[in-house]
Design a protein around this ligand. Structure first.
Ligand code: JFZ
Length: 325
């Protein structure tokens, strides 16, 4: 474990990327501003699967450049990237043989994760995958949202888990060495501690040196689970907060935070944190023995919003001036 965690302990600063079909509505559904975070619009606007699916035909981020994304991260002083291979809406950013609900079914038809994997290798940035356990689209995932009227008689959660494992096998065999398997969406009744342990062992069997976050295990045990050592996972993920005193010797952690008030792109969210605040957060985490995972929500065109590029550039400059990047 010590050897497995070494790069993570030195990394200190990473880029979180929430990207998927939800970037297309960007927080607005049928002319209505939808509250809450952008990547939850499927749920927050109570959209049916039939109404959400057409977004796939509208996803065409022709300005996407893996080279530029990775360079922007690197220039900011970030040493790893965690991107949503699949978020709660179930849509897959890579060429998956196990579903058509993926990027190959969009007009874009390019394996985004393949391109990022190649660039990350070239520029020596660790690529990591955020993979949601919860899936609002797959017919076998349970429980269903209240307004989702698809019949459940045939749904089979075990089969869903097999699907998810099959997809993780694709992600952990065809994209080179992956730094972290970052799980999320584990809090619903169908997910159990046993399933969490099994999934932890499964991803490590595919890539023995991969690091797995604590959300692979059941429920919001969060840091309690980490410090008790009873839960699967290698490190803790406090969200939108930096712990007052870290978590003590031997407990690894990473605070994930947004740059504005959403993870996935929202066209009207301009509530950007200042570069100064962001730098303070990074230093705060690092000084307490943790990492700072700072989130970017790219636009449906495939670019980073300008205020993000500006702030990341300032952070990189500061870090370089102080010999940290
Ligand atoms: C989850 C996701 O639902 C969200 O869309 C985003 O991806 C974020 C990074 O993770 O949301 C969470 C996860 C954990 C907590 C709250 C929201 N938590 O620990 O309080």
């Amino acid at each position: 474990r010590e050897r497995r965690m070494a790069w993570f302990r030195e990394a200190r600063f990473g880029m979180f990327i929430h990207w998927g079909l939800y970037a297309v509505p960007g927080g607005v559904w049928k002319g209505r501003d939808i509250g809450g975070v952008g990547e939850w619009i499927f749920n927050s606007a109570q959209i049916t699967v039939a109404d959400y699916e057409p977004l796939q035909q509208q996803f065409n981020p022709v300005q996407f450049s893996a080279k530029e994304w990775v360079r922007t991260a690197k220039d900011a002083g970030m040493r790893y990237i965690v991107i949503t291979s699949k978020h709660h809406d179930g849509f897959c950013l890579w060429d998956s043989k196990l579903t058509d609900w993926d990027v190959m079914g969009t007009p874009f038809k390019r394996d985004i994760l393949k391109e990022l994997a190649a660039e990350c290798q070239k520029q020596k940035v660790k690529l990591c995958f955020y993979h949601s356990i919860m899936d609002w689209h797959h017919p076998d995932y349970l429980p269903r949202r209240g307004w989702d009227k698809r019949p459940t008689a045939e749904a089979n959660f075990n089969r869903y888990v097999e699907y998810m494992k099959g997809q993780l096998k694709e992600l952990l065999t065809n994209y080179g060495p992956i730094g972290i398997a970052w799980f999320d969406g584990e809090w619903e009744g169908t997910w159990t501690h046993e399933r969490g342990e099994d999934l932890y062992k499964f991803v490590r069997s595919l890539q023995p040196s991969i690091i797995v976050n604590n959300r692979v295990d059941k429920g919001r045990q969060g840091m309690a689970g980490m410090t008790k050592g009873e839960f699967a996972g290698d490190y803790g993920t406090p969200e939108q907060e930096i712990p007052a005193n870290g978590f003590g010797e031997g407990v690894d952690w990473e605070s994930c935070m947004t740059l504005n008030d959403t993870w996935g792109f929202k066209s009207k969210d301009t509530h950007w944190k200042s570069a100064e605040t962001l730098l303070k957060n990074l230093i705060d985490c690092a000084s307490k023995g943790g990492n700072y995972l700072l989130n970017v929500g790219p636009t449906p065109e495939g670019t980073f919003p300008a205020p993000i590029v500006e702030r990341l550039g300032m952070m990189g400059k500061w870090l370089k001036a102080h010999g940290e990047a």
